[in-house]
Design a protein around this ligand. Structure first.
Ligand code: MTE
Ligand code: MO
Length: 344
């Protein structure tokens, strides 16, 4: 793991370790806003209050006794790829590795809210974790549209078949398939459906994306931005030869994902994006999971060649050549290219 700053834990996965459909728990990137206060799972309880008929307080055992659901999907930090923004922007300088794909098991948010008797007045789900920053540092409290969590949100107790590891939010975290990681509250303690969105730094100021692209380097005003929700279509090349020989076939591998439920195609260009050839998609897929792919390429002439990948999702969104510049460096999804030296 590559630790990126001096406080809390912000560690990304080296790209060449992201070769498997399920990212192993101990290789999965970690993004903590502050040094977490990890709850004791024996005394921990999840509170459900707000616009409900019957507020609940459920122990881990009680949650485990409820019907369990499993989803396999990508978790990506909104700031993944921030270090590639031009001009550069402040924030944790993630390269490609603040992303992973895992199997999450737990209780559907819908089942929890139904059990509590959700009222029709509830429009936003306020979420609270156990981390508690010192002094005037704003707490990482969030909220998101209730329709989204009712559709496919899960309070996960397990990650890849193991109890949720402490760095990933034990004993329970929110899983929001297809949406950026800032919605995936860790060390979850309280869910509170409310008529209005939550107020505070991490809702009103952070995690906002421009409504329309502007000039790189020119900061957007708050009213020109909206909350980051669904991920953008994106692919990365994770395996490629540094050297190849004319006439000898080589294989590239990678992954692709999107906020849309699936990936339709991944294409590779050897000429800067003028022409593209389709990669072969791995048969494994789940809604909002990533899709592994491979591409066989036979170089025809010596020289240094950059191969670029671009993905198209099941809704027809095509990965762009350039990312939309924004002052927070969110959702960078420009084409990823790798250089290969071809010898005669
Ligand atoms: N309580 C709490 N939840 C949190 C965070 C946090 O700092 N505190 N960071 C969020 C962000 S920005 C991301 S990208 C994901 C990272 O999840 P991971 O560390 O399991 O990869 O957790 C989210 N949930
Ligand atoms: Mo994040």
């Amino acid at each position: 793991m590559l630790q990126l700053n001096g406080y809390g834990v912000c560690a990304e996965t080296p790209l060449d370790a992201l070769t498997t459909y399920l990212t192993p728990n101990d290789l999965f990137f970690v993004r903590n806003h502050w040094i977490p206060r990890m709850p004791d799972s024996k005394t921990w309880a999840l509170r459900v209050d707000g616009e409900v008929g019957t507020p609940l307080e459920l122990s881990l055992e009680e949650l485990k006794a409820m019907p369990q659901a499993t989803v396999t999907c990508v978790l990506q930090c909104a700031g993944n790829g921030r270090s590639f923004m031009k001009p550069v922007v402040p924030g944790v300088q993630w390269r490609h590795g603040a992303v992973g794909n895992a199997r999450w098991t737990g209780v559907r948010v819908k089942d929890l809210l139904d059990k509590a008797g959700l009222k029709a007045t509830a429009k936003h789900l306020h979420t609270f974790g156990a981390d508690n920053p010192p002094g005037k540092v704003p707490p990482f409290f969030r909220s998101l549209e209730i329709e989204k969590v009712l559709e496919d949100g899960v309070v996960a107790l397990e990650m890849n078949g193991e109890p949720l590891p402490a760095p990933h939010g034990a004993p329970a975290r929110l899983v929001v398939p297809g949406w950026a990681g800032d919605h995936w509250m860790k060390w979850l303690e309280r869910l509170s459906p409310q008529p209005e969105a939550q107020k505070g730094f991490y809702v009103d100021v952070a995690y906002r994306f421009p409504n329309t692209p502007g000039d790189p380097g020119v900061a957007f005003k708050p009213q020109e931005m909206h909350p980051v929700t669904a991920l953008f279509v994106k692919s990365n090349i994770v395996e490629w030869p540094k050297k190849a020989k004319v006439g000898r076939r080589v294989t590239l591998r990678g992954f692709a994902f999107s906020g849309a439920p699936d990936i339709r195609t991944v294409e590779i260009s050897a000429d800067g994006g003028s022409t593209w050839k389709e990669a072969v998609l791995d048969p494994r897929h789940d809604p909002h999971a990533w899709r592994l792919w491979s591409f066989a390429w036979t170089p025809t002439a010596p020289g240094n060649v950059t191969l670029r990948a671009r993905a198209t999702d099941s809704r027809g969104s095509v990965q762009p050549k350039e990312a939309v510049w924004n002052q927070s460096g969110y959702l960078h999804n420009a084409w990823h290219g790798v250089e290969i030296e071809v010898v005669a």
